[in-house]
Design a protein around this ligand. Structure first.
Ligand SMILES: *Cc1c(COP(=O)(O)O)cnc(C)c1O
Length: 464
């Protein structure tokens, strides 16, 4: 038989799409898989098999084998696109992995807000319309010392809203040492242009003095902006003006002063060996008129941009129509209230995962890593070349960039298991496991591996 005829004969042996879909959809793992996805996957599997035949294969796969391929494809990709991963990078605030994890209380409050109606914008007793921001106003006041607050989508929008509300068409004085890029296209000069404010740079990259600000103030000045260099450090021959000096200057000249803290922390982490970072209450106490910070960086809550400051200025931000476009939803309110409550109740360090992970002693991290090793047989351990090593991890999320936290990692890689291949295999696992490649080893840093991840991680490693 000529080759083309033979191929045609083989192709006639393939099941039709409907038959293949019927077989695959009967598999228990695909019970909740929408039919359309099964059909799409069946078409792809059939097309691949047809290509194989036309390229000269001498037989076609059985219908049951093809159905298995469909099931395989679909279970590997899962039903949902946004899904859990095991973070073994050691980076506690990993923006690409969703930044802060929420406390059990915040999870509980989120669930309650999702399942039923809430008093989001209703003052029930007064029979009046209420404000969604009221649910966190008192907490923010008590925790930061600032009389007023507003919460928007994220800190980038807080900065945009503040510039637009306070300095549109006017000059904003910023030190050249603080013209930062945060990542994801957020650059202070660009955001300034978008807000309609005019950037007035003062000082130099490494040194800016009070007189630089003072000399730049004129009739066009709308705002003095201090930006916390949260994701980098200028070291060596440097000078920057303190929040206190700037706010004094602003008061003398009648110009509002704003500080964008980025990763605003409510507690002083120096007790746990971290370098000094100004906390939100300290900056408020220094006299700065308006302070912005993120909800999901060191605070350890949901994505949000929190603005605290004087009542009159915050009111101008709240009344800006742009605020309506940057408005937070009930889930942010619920999770943020629970997160702030933990600080007020004095249980933040125990219950907020970000703070717990950042302050966890290496001995405790080592215990978790040992717990995993115990779940692996000696044979698996030696095949993977698994050993515990002392390394360091980063905070991440553009916070505390110079900090290297001592941590414990499981190092993998051997002559028969190249670390790059192990990395590929772990990324393809369900749930995917993300480590980091360093010096010819794959490191799984246990600072960010949750206790609940350990059994799943052990099963994945054993199956490699
Ligand atoms: C991270 C950061 C921002 C942006 O915060 P998001 O909440 O991610 O929008 C703004 N300013 C500074 C100084 C930051 O560090």
């Amino acid at each position: 038989m000529p080759r083309a005829d033979k191929a045609q004969a083989l192709l006639r042996g393939l099941p039709g799409v409907d038959a293949l879909v019927g077989r695959a959809a009967a598999h228990p793992d695909l019970r909740s898989m929408p039919r359309q996805r099964v059909t799409e996957s069946a078409r792809e599997v059939l097309a691949a098999e047809r290509r194989r035949v036309l390229e000269g294969a001498s037989s076609v796969a059985e219908a049951s084998t093809l159905a298995e391929r469909v099931v395989d494809r679909l279970t590997r990709s899962g039903v949902f696109s946004l899904d859990r991963v095991i973070n073994a990078t050691g980076v506690v605030l990993h923006t690409n992995l969703g930044r802060a994890l929420l406390s059990p209380l915040a999870q509980e409050r989120l669930r309650a807000a999702a399942a039923g109606y809430t008093n989001l914008e209703m003052d029930i007793g007064q029979k009046e319309r209420g404000s969604r921001y009221a649910h966190v106003e008192g907490l923010l006041q008590r925790l930061t010392g600032a009389p007023a607050s507003l919460v928007v989508n994220n800190c980038a929008s807080a900065v945009l809203l503040a510039l637009e509300s306070l300095a549109r068409g006017k000059e904003v004085i910023v030190s050249r040492g603080e013209l930062i890029e945060i990542g994801g296209e957020f650059r202070i000069p660009d955001i300034m242009r978008r807000s309609g404010a005019v950037l007035r740079e003062v000082g130099t990259t490494n040194r800016t003095h009070l007189k630089d600000y003072a000399q730049a103030i004129g009739p066009e000045t709308g705002l003095i902006l201090k930006v916390h260099t949260s994701n980098y450090r200028v070291v060596g021959f440097t000078a920057a003006v303190s929040s206190r000096e700037l706010s004094q200057l602003g008061r003398e000249r009648g110009i509002p002063v704003m500080e964008d803290l980025g990763s605003g922390c409510l507690v002083d982490l120096r007790r746990y060996g971290f370098p000094y970072e100004p906390t939100v209450p300290e900056v408020v106490a220094s006299g700065v008129d308006i302070v912005s910070f993120s909800g999901d960086k060191l605070l350890g809550g949901p994505q949000a941009g929190i603005v605290v400051g004087g009542a009159e200025l915050v009111e101008r931000l709240a009344r800006n129509p742009l605020n309506r476009a940057l408005r937070i939803d009930k889930f942010t309110v619920a999770a943020l209230e629970a997160t702030l409550y933990a600080y007020e109740a004095g249980e933040a360090l125990e219950t907020i995962p970000t703070l717990r992970m950042l302050t966890e002693p290496p001995a405790a991290i080592r215990r978790r890593a040992r717990g995993l090793l115990r779940r692996l047989s000696a044979e698996v351990q030696s095949r993977l070349g698994a050993v515990l090593v002392d390394v360091t991890s980063q905070v991440g999320g553009g916070a505390l960039p110079t900090v290297e936290l001592p941590t414990v990692a499981l190092a993998l890689g051997s002559a028969e298991r190249r670390p790059e291949d192990l990395d590929d295999r772990l990324r393809a696992a369900r749930p995917p496991v993300l480590g980091r490649l360093l010096d010819d080893r794959l490191l799984l840093d246990f600072r960010t591996v949750l206790p609940a991840d350990v059994p799943a991680l052990a099963a994945i490693l054993a199956s490699l």
